[in-house]
Design a protein around this ligand. Structure first.
Ligand code: SAM
Length: 319
């Protein structure tokens, strides 16, 4: 936790207060988040975000539901990956981002400014949203609800701030089975890659500095503190219904893509930064996209709970 720049006192409190841990961790992560996750605001990420959003939306989209959505709120927006790329894709109009971490809200606003977008950004806890009832046409979230202690309370807030008939799309959450295999595959890749890259024939080109490896291990340990949940798709849908949503549906993604993607990503962290060039990045992204297409076909026969990512969508009942 030394790497976060938080005071020793804050670190001590963070073990007892998970929300404080979330703020400290994500404020620290905000500085390098886009680089760490290869986030960009261009054709590559716009395509990923549009496909992911549409995949979840189509689970229960009504024939009369037209795009783009007008007033849109993102929960736990981080640096704006989802909402800003949705805006670039032309799927949303007026963007409001919120996040528990002030550092993330600042990063999202800075990214929006670079893109020439005017957005509203607020520091907000998804369990207690500082927005009026019935005020958004769409609420989105990406890779966020697994960090929230009371997921059902956050979903109730989502329903409260939506206008009657409004829609929510929450995507990119880990399934319970997917998280299990991703963790095991990543651990095995990390052990193998860090050991092999230190052997004499590879060391000069491939080995990462020990200090960098130690920092990656500390970050992984912190991630275990802030990652609170994994989801069974059917149970996630039940939570959304209990929170008051209608037309609830779930959609899953990444099966073979996760089996390839996790070792690739872990390998990238485990070896020296300049050992892998543009050709590798092209190969890694191209392979992941091709496997995503395979997974779209597998999705017709393989049960949802075996995929890595789950999304949930639904609407606020019309009064
Ligand atoms: C894994 S990041 C995802 C960020 C972004 N949505 C993305 O996909 O790149 C999770 C985000 O959720 C935020 N977060 C954690 N707990 C939260 C809460 N209770 N309310 C709102 N945001 C929260 C974190 O600060 C962080 O920015």
């Amino acid at each position: 936790m030394v790497t976060t720049g938080a005071s020793a006192e804050e670190v001590e409190q963070a073990w007892a207060d998970n929300k404080l841990a979330q703020v400290l961790y994500h404020d620290w992560e905000a500085q390098t988040y886009d680089e760490k996750w290869s986030i960009s605001f261009d054709e590559r990420c716009t395509t990923v975000v549009r496909d992911r959003f549409m995949h979840v939306l189509e689970a229960t989209r009504r024939p009369d539901e037209s795009l783009p959505y007008g007033r849109v709120l993102e929960l736990g927006a981080g640096t704006g990956f989802f909402a800003l790329n949705l805006k670039l894709a032309g799927l949303v109009d007026e963007v409001h981002v919120s996040d528990l971490s002030p550092g993330m809200v600042e990063a999202a606003k800075a990214n929006a400014q670079r893109l020439g977008f005017e957005i509203d950004g607020r520091v907000a806890d998804a369990e207690h949203l500082p927005y009026e009832d019935d005020s958004f046409d769409l609420v989105v979230g990406h890779a966020v609800i697994h960090h929230i202690p009371d997921v059902e309370a956050a979903l109730r807030e989502v329903v409260r701030v939506l206008r009657p008939g409004g829609r929510f799309v929450i995507a990119g959450e880990p399934t319970t089975i997917g998280h299990w295999y991703a963790r095991h595959i990543s651990r095995a890749t990390w052990e193998t890659a860090t050991r092999v890259s230190r052997l004499p024939p590879f060391r000069s080109k491939w080995a990462r500095e020990q200090a960098e490896l130690d920092e990656s291990s500390r970050a992984a340990a912190l991630e275990a503190v802030v990652d609170l949940h994994t989801f069974d798709p059917a149970e996630l849908a039940a939570k959304a219904r209990r929170a008051g949503a209608d037309h609830v549906g779930t959609a899953t993604e990444e099966l073979t893509a996760a089996f390839a993607g996790w070792p690739i990503r872990t390998f990238e962290y485990a070896v020296a930064e300049d050992a892998l060039g543009f050709g590798w990045a092209k190969f890694a992204y191209g392979s992941w996209r091709r496997l995503m297409r395979v997974d779209a076909v597998l999705g017709r026969v393989v049960p949802q709970r075996f995929f890595y990512n789950v999304g949930v969508t639904g609407t606020k009942p019309l009064r």
